[in-house]
Design a protein around this ligand. Sequence first.
Ligand code: 6PG
Length: 464
Amino acid sequence: MGRNLARNLARHGYTVAVHNRSPQRVESLIEDHGSEGDFIPTTSLEGFVDSLERPRTAIIMVQAGAATDAVIEGLAELMEPGDIIVDAGNAHFPDTIRREAALRDQGIHFVGTGVSGGEEGALNGPSIMPGGTQESYQTLGPMLEAISAKVDGVPCCTHVGPDGAGHFVKMVHNGIEYADMQLIAEAYDLLRHGLHASPAEIADIFAQWNQGELESYLIEITAEVLRHFDAETGKGFVDIVLDQAEQKGTGRWTVQSALDLGVPVTGIAEATFARALSGSLPQREAARATLPAEAQQWDVTRPEEFIEDVRRALLSSKVVAYSQGFDQIAAASAEYGWNVDLGAMARIWRGGCIIRARFLDRITEAYEANPDLALLLSAPYFTSVVSDGLGSWRKIVAQAALCGVPTPAFSSSLAYYDGIRSEALPANLIQAQRDFFGAHTYRRTDKPGSFHTDWSGDRSESPV
Ligand code: 6PG
């Protein structure tokens, strides 16, 4: 990705000094693409830093963790106050906060920047989510906006907020990506069970969906993947891929942060756990060997209606996942004082990134209409999506349960929907239980204050 980002910068007229621990990588970049622009190949970090114009800007793209720290340390020793180090990798945001604070003490700007779009996006225009100081954005912004994707002429790049804000937003982007992918996979699985259709036939359904509200990069590539045949066996490609989903960790980080912030990102969490379940091999084997498989047969009598039910359930669940992700960004923004513009985040995700989708416009519109929107799901467009889809959503989740088809993300999103709109939740019983065994106190519906009941004594209530 670093190589493609360098090419993208060069193609936009920037002079790009390039450095890599292994000199062959630099040589091959110059050999293969040197004619695309103005590159300065370097063989040492000193040579790289020396070749930069002041104030210097160094963009690094290395593995998250210790490797990133090592490169930053090396650069910081050679750089001067006013210089900028941009970390464009998928760093964990607490690391970015720590690094920014340390480099700030040296007068160096550290800009943790989310970059989404994979290798192709890096070359042709990614979605870029820079954190760091406003001052650093004044220097960096025009360059990053120039190389970012554009939608209706608007760059998919904006200053997200201070220190770790950029990497946080990229992390949640990836969490939503996990949810989106899991929901699509569940829809595919439902169609396969319900219609007994081949991958290629299901590809046509996804291609059709991509013409409407579900239009998105992930739906588009799903159709392409499902249409692909394995050259060796002649089978549908998806049927020869092992059903064990892996992850590099950004989904897990999203869920960990959501737990810390107390934000229920159930769609993202279920998607992350679904990957973990798929990789739990001894447990899957033990379960397959012992647990009863008793379930109803899926009997679809009206295929068109069934396909439409799955589509609506998918769209409704997707809306929930995005609403939860935006809740998480809002909570972190308040917690860390980032002042993130939520509508702008949806705007910079409209192009270049993996979760780019038609309905992101609706998210921007919702926050433009009400910047203090408490719940994205409650904005008019999203309310209408879920009310149109509700009957289908319930039918699909119920039928999947009866037929033993796992739909963790579809069903947890529906449970979230029913929970968040509930007049009364059984959390009152949980509070009573907590007070019973741990004197943790409770609040009453009819008067202010906290109370404890003497459960082991005369059961009298006293204010606490
Ligand atoms: C992107 C992607 C990118 C990458 C993820 C995949 O926005 O370009 O999200 O960051 O594909 O690292 O993550 P997993 O390996 O965890 O699925």
